[in-house]
Design a protein around this ligand. Structure first.
Ligand SMILES: [Mg+2]
Length: 300
């Protein structure tokens, strides 16, 4: 394949994951205050096109996809500027308190290499690096071995703590394998996702809990969320293992993946973004209900 075709194909896969991420983010946020009855609230017929706003998860993922489009790899300094520029353009997207501080400082000219490790005195282990990274995994699906390095670069600009980075590496690896296994049986994809994510995620609580999650095959969604966390403390450790588990459960069913994710509460928009980005990486854009895509705010 010509170099340009190759890049174009990778970008298209990244954008399909981005659609899954952004719809999960926007609807997860819309349902957040009535998460327990999300299934009763799926009639969007009165909603105008594009009227359900996406949040910081999607805003930051848009920056990652833009950098991949332009440079075919993560250029950290440019990604840092892109995050800060998008933030300044529209800061009311549900960014966390620390994200406001970090992005304002980078926007004012500070070096992310100083700002990011200083967050909380040890670098952030929030779920914010994991929430935006699935499209990066989809982009590098034909080169899985590059994913840990590229995901780490995308993460440490704002999340310097090893747990924050591990969360991003795990989600990107899952999205990469899911993309690589498109068109193959779900069970094969799921097996490969678990093997890859437990082997290649750096040593961390995130990785330990992914290993535990893999053994919880017969548990209910609620039981797993209670055991591993549902993102209610907004850390990578409390968010990523459950999201990977539920994406594996529902890898060929986008609608069920998002509804069952939102139903357990916690960080609904971010959980929706992480699961949506991974499931769309496998099932494709056509798996996203057309009505959900219609009401999601247009990406820009
Ligand atoms: Mg958000």
């Amino acid at each position: 394949m010509e170099e340009e075709d190759f890049h174009g194909k990778r970008l298209e896969l990244a954008r399909e994951s981005l659609d899954g991420l952004s719809v999960g983010d926007a609807l997860g946020e819309a349902w957040a205050y009535q998460f327990y009855r999300a299934r009763d609230l799926t009639d969007f017929s009165v909603f105008r096109d594009g009227s359900v706003r996406y949040t910081d998860d999607t805003a930051m993922a848009l920056s990652i996809v833009k950098i991949l489009e332009q440079y075919r790899a993560i250029e950290e300094d440019l990604l840092a500027v892109s995050f800060a520029t998008r933030y300044a353009w529209d800061p009311m997207r549900g960014y966390g308190k620390m994200a406001h501080k970090i992005l304002q400082e980078i926007g004012a000219g500070a070096d992310w290499r100083e700002v990011s490790p200083a967050a909380f005195g040890m670098g952030s282990f929030g779920n914010g690096a994991a929430m935006r990274v699935a499209p990066l995994g989809a982009y590098f699906a034909d080169e899985i071995e590059r994913i840990p390095g590229e995901a780490t670069k995308s993460a440490r600009i704002t999340h310097a703590h090893p747990e924050g980075i591990a969360g991003a590496v795990a989600v990107a690896l899952c999205a990469g394998v899911a993309t690589a296994f498109r068109g193959r049986p779900k069970a094969e994809a799921v097996e490969e996702m678990w093997t890859t994510v437990t082997e290649l995620t750096p040593g961390s609580t995130v990785r330990e809990d992914l290993c535990r999650a893999r053994e919880l095959k017969n548990a209910s969604t609620g039981e797993v969320a209670r055991e591993l966390g549902n993102g209610s403390d907004i850390s990578a450790q409390d968010t990523v293992p459950f999201c990977v588990w539920n994406a594996c459960q529902c890898l060929d069913d986008y609608e069920e993946a998002i509804l069952s994710t939102v139903e357990v509460g916690g960080d609904c928009d971010t959980n929706g973004a992480i699961v949506g980005g991974m499931v769309a990486a496998f099932a494709g854009r056509e798996a996203i209900p057309a009505e959900w895509l219609r009401v999601r705010e247009k990406l820009r």
